[in-house]
Design a protein around this ligand. Sequence first.
Ligand code: NAD
Ligand code: TYD
Length: 350
Amino acid sequence: MKKIIITGGAGFIGSHVVRRFVNKYPDYLIINLDALTYAGNLENLTDIEDAPNYVFEKADITNREQLNAVFSKYDVTDIVHLAAESHVDRSILSPLDFVYTNVIGTVNLLEVAKEKWKGNYADHLFYHVSTDEVYGALGAEGLFTEETRYDPHSPYSASKAASDHFVRAYHDTYGIKVVVSNCSNNYGPYHFPEKLIPLMINNIINNKPLPVYGDGQYTRDWLYVKDHAVAIDLIFHEGKIGDTYNIGGFNEWKNIELVYLLCEQMDLKLGRAPGTSKQLITYVKDRPGHDRRYAIDAGKINRELGWMPSVTFEQGLSETIDWFLENTVWLNNITSGAYASYYDHQYENR
Ligand code: NAD
Ligand code: TYD
């Protein structure tokens, strides 16, 4: 029986991966290991929290003793590693937090896996989830492939690049079975409202300014989070050991065009006069070191594992907006900070 630790399972992408694995694989035990930082929210998982094949363990990946305890308790077979500090703007303010969690935390996890799985590496997998931001910035043309040279610019992407290198080094040096995926910007339900799309949705709902950095001409390749979870599932089960897979949405948007689209869709859904939300757009000071364009060539995962995004951006964005409009309690619990005490209510007193 597989006993899989999913780190960062209380976060945005991690919660979708946990849900998919819990629902699709009743024979696996899914251990959600998460420190519950500001980005961790167990309210993301209320629908599966009582499933018999799911457990939550509050643990910090930078804390070796806590990791050892979880490994020993469950006799862990595999790791899908998503826990990270994930927001570029925060990395500019506090780069060391990103070094501790993303670099030291990842190496700590690798060390525990190396020790606990020693002599038996063939039966275990360490799957590392990373970002396309490690490749740096593109000009108007071209796409990131798995062969693109690493060239990170932000403290966030530098820390993720370092963690990717360590994961591959543990494969090359110690023989641990690893696989790495680098994906583009995700969007969808449960997205923490500090990132572009949920921040704009939240501000439109509340008639607050929509801050567009710099000239708004920066480009991102948007991937629906549920399609990403499908890709992770495929790579976990069928990915070639030691390989890297890029995952993207074949879906490039300039920030300002995306904000226009959000404004239009939300005016319609909120019954506001066309053009109302656009008036909230405010150009603000640019992010330092802002990468101009990201875009993924997802040809390899398509050819080798048959993966393709399942929804169009129009569908995915519409579903996402509907989700946020229907889940105002979830959103309000984040903005009020109430979500942080969910663990105490649900778990501490069990
Ligand atoms: P997130 O910020 O929503 O969630 C991160 C989770 O990790 C939270 O639940 C948090 O509590 C947990 N965590 C943070 N530090 C921890 C620690 N020291 N120990 C244990 N848990 C800790 O992040 P996300 O957007 O879901 O991203 C998940 C992964 O995917 C990250 O590795 C990120 O780099 C990568 N990624 C994200 C995107 C994106 O668009 N969101 C794109 C490419 C790659
Ligand atoms: P973000 O969601 O932070 O993701 P990343 O920086 O990892 O790509 O930002 C996406 C794009 O949107 C990026 O070009 C920065 C820009 N942006 C804004 O213009 N305004 C905002 O308030 C935020 C959060 C981001």
